[in-house]
Design a protein around this ligand. Structure first.
Ligand code: FES
Length: 647
């Protein structure tokens, strides 16, 4: 008769195994990742699974608890000492006795204290480059003069299947003491970038070390966001952010490049500033999670090309002008200490590849997270900053470009513009008949025409308009016909409404009168038109390249994306026509991609492969860019229709 069938959920992988096979071995054979630190000795508890009963009949298999072995001595001992949740089994000890459906819990996780602190619960399949491997090795023997480290490697090869092994040099003077302290039982932190590839011993602990962490960090030009992740569970356990201290050298990217060009120590100063900020964020997350920063063993970084270069200590001058040559575009891997990071001495660092001179490792990470390259339908991914990074495509073909949107979307270059902070107008509606506005201010929970607003405005203040507010007010002015398709404020309306005022040779719209008068000037509208035309023209070039007239889904990455209302983005023609329900803010997709690469080395290979096949389009070199740009100056567009918006 046939061997029992074993099905692993949620991956759906299945195979037949002889009665008596440990469930962990079956998982391994099918490529289902189940954590194990102790190598199947029943002491780490990392290999927990659940038997799913009955409910998987649709997979052609039902299982029951009789189909898995009863607790053996190892499991019994673990359950008594360490409290194994009901239904949970140690897959290293439990064996296959009949057809089985096995649930690999997302949180295959024993440190409940950490789970409670989890900053988020989004879980991705794990297959970390850094693994904790417990081994017991032979004591030294005068007749077998094999070194302590060599016997450790032999044990790691025999029990954990490693091939080529080496040790981080800093460990050499420590190995003997640690082995003796652990009485020949130690946990090795082994870094193996490729499954089956060469591996490096990066840290060594006496006895069982049931803990290992990594950090994932997105270095933005404005803010740095850092996550602390348990490498054993894949969960993010703390997050922190800070402004990028390089701001004092220049607000935007280009001014930072000029700073480097003008100042002999400019590059060094900026590299130090960003590394210092990252080290202090690491201290912050470690403290929040109550862990020792020395237990952080792996680190993944993403950032736009200039942030990428400055963090790595590379002069970004070449990125300041055509041909925008990257010093290195492929993924970068090195010891973290070589880049000035204060982590475990043996910790590793991995930086995602850059897509092009203007499209960085952050866009690569966002691509990894949102998966246009895995998608059947056409997905457009946009990250709007002072440069918009744009990725478009599906599983057959992906193209990418950046477009010089300038800082208008962030509130710069706008007369009353400000960063999204308390006091900033973030939502605007204009009555098309009376031309009277109502608006919502960050930090005030009611709209401007609702009771209590005036009082609250006294304390919070109404200080300016942030990026999302600007998009809305310009779109509403267009919808109320205060501004024409070409973006010109209609001066004739000044006779009808006190909101329209003469302002030199042009007109302005008065949005709010208070301690500060907030107006939208003709120049403000112009600045938004230029920014949105640049974004749209960049998208359009990519659509041309793909031979597309429409896209199926749009993802807005980054902070700007989380605040703007897709409807207004489309009214203004920032993005092409698309079903509104398919336009979504995807949050900090770059940070998510960095976390994915941290906990699964397959994701690193996936994005490296993908970036190699992404077709890069340099907007500055495309003749059509100018035509698309001019058409896109109009609201929403001179040439393109937005049929789905009309609905
Ligand atoms: Fe450690 Fe099963 S692998 S308890």
């Amino acid at each position: 008769s046939q061997n029992p069938l074993v099905l692993f959920m949620p991956s759906g992988r299945r195979g037949r195994f002889p009665v008596g096979t440990p469930v962990l071995d079956a998982a391994r054979e099918l490529g289902v990742y189940v954590e194990s630190v102790c190598g199947g000795r029943g002491i780490c508890g990392r290999c927990q699974v659940e038997v799913a009963e009955g409910q998987f009949a649709k997979h052609g298999i039902t299982s029951s608890n009789d189909h898995i072995s009863a607790f053996g001595p190892k499991e019994q001992r673990y359950a008594e000492k360490r409290d194994l949740k009901p239904g949970r089994r140690l897959s290293c000890s439990a064996t296959v006795q009949g057809d089985l459906v096995i649930d690999v819990p997302a949180d295959a996780q024993v440190n409940t204290q950490i789970v409670r602190k989890a900053a988020d619960t989004k879980v991705f399949p794990r297959n970390p480059a850094l693994n904790m491997c417990y081994v017991e090795l032979e004591e030294p023997d005068m007749h077998k003069p094999l070194g302590d480290l060599d016997r450790l490697f032999a044990a790691l090869r025999a029990e954990w299947g490693f091939g080529e092994l080496s040790a981080d040099p800093h460990l050499l003077p420590q190995v003997q003491a640690i082995l003796r302290q652990g009485q020949w039982a130690v946990t090795a932190a082994v870094h193996q970038p490729d499954t089956e590839g060469p591996a490096t011993l990066v840290a060594l602990y006496p006895g069982l070390k049931n803990e290992a962490y990594g950090i994932a960090c997105d270095i933005g030009s404005t803010t740095i966001a850092l996550h602390l992740v348990s490498l054993l569970s894949g969960l993010t356990i703390a997050s922190a952010g800070a402004s990028n201290p390089q701001i004092r050298f220049g607000e935007d990217l280009m001014s930072r490049v000029s700073y480097v060009m003008m100042n002999p120590d400019g590059r060094e100063g900026m590299t130090e500033a960003v590394r210092e900020a990252i080290n202090s964020l690491i201290g912050e997350v470690a403290e929040t999670a109550g862990i020792d920063r020395r237990d952080i063993l792996d680190a993944v970084f993403v950032g736009n090309p200039i942030m990428h270069h400055l963090f790595l200590g590379i002069d970004p001058t070449e990125l300041g002008g055509a041909p925008f040559a990257l010093a290195v575009s492929g993924a970068v891997a090195m010891p973290a200490r070589a880049n000035g990071l204060d982590l475990n001495e043996g910790a590793r660092l991995y930086m995602l590849p850059c897509i092009a001179g203007h499209v960085g490792a952050d866009a690569a990470a966002a691509t990894l997270a949102e998966g246009p390259h895995r998608s059947d339908d056409i997905m457009l991914l946009v990250d709007v900053g002072t440069n918009a990074e744009i990725v478009l495509g599906n599983k057959d073909h992906v193209v990418a470009a950046s477009s010089p949107t300038g800082p208008a979307f962030e509130g710069a270059e706008i007369s009353s513009g400000q960063r999204a902070a308390n006091g900033a107008i973030e939502r605007v509606r204009i009555d098309p008949v009376t031309l009277e506005p109502r608006f919502k201010v960050i930090g005030i929970d009611v709209w401007s025409d609702e009771p209590g607003f005036a009082e609250k405005a006294e304390t919070v203040g109404v200080t300016g308009i942030c990026g999302s507010g600007i998009i809305e007010v310009v779109a509403e002015m267009f919808l109320a016909r205060i501004a024409s398709e070409d973006g010109v404020i209609d001066g004739a309306l000044a006779a009808k409404s006190p909101r329209i005022i003469e302002d030199g040779r042009t007109f302005s719209y008065v949005l709010h009168e208070g301690k500060q008068t907030i107006t939208v000037t003709q120049n403000d509208i112009r600045a938004i038109q230029l920014a949105k035309a640049a974004l749209y023209a960049g998208i359009k070039l990519l659509m041309d390249r793909m031979g597309l007239t429409t896209v199926d889904r749009i993802g807005f990455a980054g902070a700007f994306g989380s605040f703007i209302d897709p409807k207004y983005a489309m009214v203004l023609g920032l993005i092409p026509d698309c079903d509104l329900e398919n336009v979504k803010a995807v949050g900090n997709a770059a940070g998510t991609g960095a976390r994915m690469a941290l906990i699964n080395r397959d994701y690193r290979r996936e994005i490296e492969r993908t970036v190699r096949r992404i077709e890069k389009v340099e907007t500055a070199l495309e003749a059509k860019f100018q035509d698309h740009f001019v058409a896109a100056m109009a609201m929403p567009n001179k040439e393109d229709e937005f049929p789905r918006l009309a609905k």
